[in-house]
Design a protein around this ligand. Structure first.
Ligand SMILES: [Zn+2]
Ligand SMILES: [Zn+2]
Length: 384
C-alpha cells in the first residue's frame, strides 16, 4: 500500500515536471525571517495578496512583507500597507528574468532568483517558496555547487548528478510545503546562475538526463569536494551500505587543491578526548604509543583498530576536520592530524572529476568512472 502511494506520488511529481512546470524550492528555510523585501526586478513582477492585486514591481520599486499575528502577514508596497494576509504571490511577467530577495530581519544580503514566489507565515516565520522550472533551478545549483571556471564536460557531470539528486529527493520536504530546500541539506541553490554561459550550455545539452540503478530507480548520486584518493564506503558515514557505491581508489584527485590538509591539536586535548569519550587504554604501552603515531594509507572506518571502537567519523565531527581520512603524528607537545580530501567522500569526487574533464575525458567517461554500477537515462523515457 505504501509503495503504491509512493509510486503514485512520484508519478504525480514526474508528470508535473515533465510538463515543464515548477519545482517548489524552499529558500533559506533555516533563517527565521520576520521581514523580507523584493526589489531590483529585471522585468515586471505582479504582487498578489490572497485574491487582491497589490501592484506591479519594476526595477525601481520594492515590496516589503512582514510577519503579522497568528499566521497572517503585512505587505507594504509604494507606501501603502495591507494587513491580515494569508499568502503573497510574486509572479514574473517574463521568463529568464529575475528579482532579488533580501532579509530585513534577520538581515540577509539580496540574492537574485528566477521564477515566481509564494510567501506564507508558518511556524512563527516567513516561508519563501521559489517556483522555478527544473532546468533553471539546475543552472543555479550547478553554479552554487561547482563554481565558475570549470570545463563544459564537468558542468555536464554536475548537471546530471544534481538533476538525479533532485528527482530522487523530491519528497524530502513534503511536510514543509516545498520539494527541496536551497541549502546544502538538499543541494546548494544559493542564487540564479550569474556566471559563465557554459553552465547554461551544460544543463541544456544534458536536458532530462539522469542516472538510474539496475532496478531503474533514480541512482544515489552522492558527491563531495575531494575524496583524498579513495572514495568512502557509505557505511562509514551513514551506517548502511548503498548498493553501487563501493569504496575505490581515485587516482585523479591526488594532486588537486584539497587533496591534503593538516590540523594541530594539543597533546592533552587529544588524550583527554580519547580517554574520556572512549576510555582509551593509555596505560597499555602499545596503545599509548599508537595514540600519537599512527599512519593509514587507505580509508578505515575506525581510528587505530576496530577493536577500540572509535569511529573516524566521530573524530571528524568532534575536531571539525575536513574529512574522516587521516593519520596522526606527534612531536611530544602537539598532535598533528595529517588528512586527505574534503567532505564525506562518498560517490563522485568533484575535484577528481574536474581533473578528468581537464584531461579531456567526456561526461560519460567521468560518470562511468565514479558510478560504474549506474546507467544514464532520460527522465521522459526512464525509470518510472
Ligand atoms: Zn533540504
Ligand atoms: Zn577523489
Amino acid at each position: 500500500m505504501l509503495s503504491k502511494f509512493l509510486i503514485a506520488f512520484t508519478l504525480g511529481i514526474f508528470a508535473f515536471i515533465a510538463h515543464g512546470q515548477s519545482m517548489r524550492i524552499g529558500l533559506f528555510p533555516n533563517q527565521k525571517f520576520t521581514k523580507i523585501k523584493f526589489a531590483n526586478a529585471t522585468c515586471n513582477y505582479f504582487v498578489i495578496a490572497d485574491t487582491s492585486f497589490i501592484g506591479t514591481l519594476d526595477h525601481f520599486s520594492f515590496c516589503e512583507i512582514s510577519k503579522g499575528t497568528s499566521g497572517l502577514m503585512d505587505v507594504s508596497f509604494q507606501g501603502v500597507k495591507k494587513t491580515g494576509i494569508k499568502q503573497v504571490k510574486v509572479i514574473a511577467s517574463m521568463h529568464e528574468k529575475s528579482i532579488e530577495v533580501s532579509g530585513l530581519s534577520p538581515a540577509m544580503k539580496a540574492k537574485a532568483f528566477e521564477g515566481d514566489f509564494e510567501i506564507k507565515h508558518t511556524d512563527g516565520k516567513l516561508l519563501i517558496v521559489n517556483l522555478v522550472d527544473l532546468e533553471t533551478y539546475l543552472e543555479g545549483v550547478v553554479e552554487s555547487e561547482a563554481g565558475t571556471g570549470q570545463k563544459l564536460e564537468y558542468y555536464k557531470v554536475q548537471s546530471i548528478i544534481s538533476r538525479t539528486f533532485a528527482m530522487k529527493a523530491m519528497h524530502k520536504h513534503a511536510k514543509d510545503g516545498f520539494f527541496l530546500c536551497n541549502q546544502v541539506h538538499c543541494q546548494a541553490y544559493l542564487h540564479k546562475r550569474n556566471g559563465g554561459a557554459l553552465i547554461d550550455t551544460a544543463v541544456r545539452q544534458t536536458k532530462g538526463q539522469v542516472m538510474i540503478q539496475k532496478d531503474s530507480t533514480f541512482a544515489p548520486t552522492f558527491f563531495s569536494a575531494n575524496c583524498g584518493g579513495q572514495t568512502c564506503d557509505p557505511a562509514h558515514v551513514w551506517n548502511e551500505s548503498i548498493p553501487g557505491l563501493a569504496s575505490f581508489k581515485d587516482t585523479f584527485c591526488i594532486y588537486t587543491k584539497q587533496a591534503n590538509w593538516v590540523k594541530q591539536i594539543s597533546l592533552s586535548e587529544w588524550k583527554r578526548f580519547l580517554v574520556e569519550t572512549y576510555r582509551y587504554p593509555v596505560d597499555d604501552s602499545v596503545s599509548a604509543t599508537m595514540m600519537f603515531n599512527w599512519t593509514t594509507d587507505s580509508r578505515p572506518a575506525f581510528l587505530f583498530h576496530p577493536g577500540y571502537g572509535i569511529p573516524m567519523r566521530d573524530i571528524r565531527e568532534h575536531f571539525e576536520l575536513k574529512s574522516a581520512f587521516f593519520s596522526v603524528i606527534s612531536d611530544g607537545t602537539t598532535v598533528t592530524i595529517k588528512g586527505r580530501g574534503y567532505g564525506h567522500g562518498v560517490g563522485l569526487c568533484q575535484e577528481g572529476a574536474m581533473k578528468m574533464a581537464k584531461l579531456n575525458y567526456d561526461y560519460n567517461q567521468i560518470l562511468g568512472y565514479y558510478f560504474p554500477s549506474f546507467a544514464l537515462s532520460l527522465i521522459a523515457s526512464g525509470s518510472l
